[in-house]
Design a protein around this ligand. Structure first.
Ligand code: FE
Ligand code: FE
Ligand code: ZN
Length: 288
């Protein structure tokens, strides 16, 4: 397998094989990276670590020469650390995130992707400060890095600009425990010009620092730049297009960074094996 491109997709994690099943799914796509949720993304119900077949999953990764850093964990998206209107909501989110960070370590993963949250009917500034206050009350294992995801800016979503992410990173007590996940669909929908990606990266470097970037979500977008919609399209099937996504995947400054596909299923079938192949061959082929 050509391992020069670190690429995978989000995969399921479910009974009976859990993390082992996730790794098997990724291997079936010929991926050398993967992203999983430690339970359903919409809720906080979690099964015990002993049942998750973590040792077997780690052995299988090793057998296939895939480093554990290529396993990314995504926190459930219902977590809203920014809710200052209902602080009890953000309190539950805070407690859950702490548990999730420990589960990330137990799985052997390093990067835990997190949506910063939504400020609801408060202000952006109140939302940002609520996030910071919550993060500063959490104890995170030193091996774990929480990666704040760049967001499309749907509704009152925080993380629409690099400045918002930078503000959080500048105010957390333990900055070494934090990084960033850049989602190509989200930054495009938020108004960044992904067709001039060098300039976007320069901006990122200037505002946040490129050394903080640890994960890329490689998605096409169904909508125009600046639409604030957040609707992912399959690779080459959206406004961003194959050529641009491919050049981001192979960007020389991002070689060491894992790229994760979160594109939609096609007719109930996973598109990931084909999309990974297209990107490896640098050649678009319509999935039918
Ligand atoms: Fe996400
Ligand atoms: Fe994403
Ligand atoms: Zn999205």
């Amino acid at each position: 397998m050509d391992n020069s491109l670190l690429i995978g997709s989000h995969v399921s994690m479910s009974s009976p094989n859990y993390v082992l099943g996730s790794v098997e799914e990724a291997l079936s796509y010929e991926a050398n990276a993967l992203m999983l949720y430690t339970g359903a993304p919409q809720n906080t119900k979690r099964i015990s670590l002993e049942k998750m077949k973590i040792d077997e999953a780690q052995a299988l990764l090793k057998e296939n020469g895939i480093p554990f850093e290529n396993v990314i964990v995504h926190a459930p998206y219902i977590i809203n650390l920014a809710n200052s209107i209902k602080p009890e909501v953000s309190e539950i989110a805070r407690e859950f995130l702490e548990i999730e960070a420990h589960r990330t370590k137990a799985i052997g993963a390093t990067y835990l992707v997190l949506h910063p949250g939504s400020y609801t009917t408060a202000t952006l500034e109140e939302g940002l400060n609520q996030i910071i206050s919550n993060l500063n009350q959490i104890q995170i294992p030193k091996e774990v890095c929480i990666c704040l995801e760049t967001m499309a800016g749907k509704g009152s979503e925080i993380g629409r600009t690099f400045e918002e992410i930078a503000y959080i990173l500048e105010h957390v007590k333990h900055p070494d425990n934090y990084g960033v996940c850049l989602d190509t669909c989200h930054i495009h929908d938020a108004g960044y010009d992904v067709f001039h990606f060098d300039e976007v990266l320069e901006m990122f470097d200037h505002v946040i620092g490129l050394e903080k970037l640890h994960v890329v979500h490689l998605n096409d977008s169904k909508n125009e730049k600046g639409s604030n919609k957040d609707r992912h399209a399959n690779v080459g099937e959206g406004i961003i297009g194959f050529e641009t996504l491919c050049s981001i995947a192979y960007h020389p400054k991002l070689t060491h960074i894992v790229k994760i596909l979160e594109t939609p299923y096609i007719n109930g079938k996973s598109p990931y094996k084909e999309e990974i192949q297209m990107l490896r061959k640098k050649k678009y082929k319509k999935i039918i």
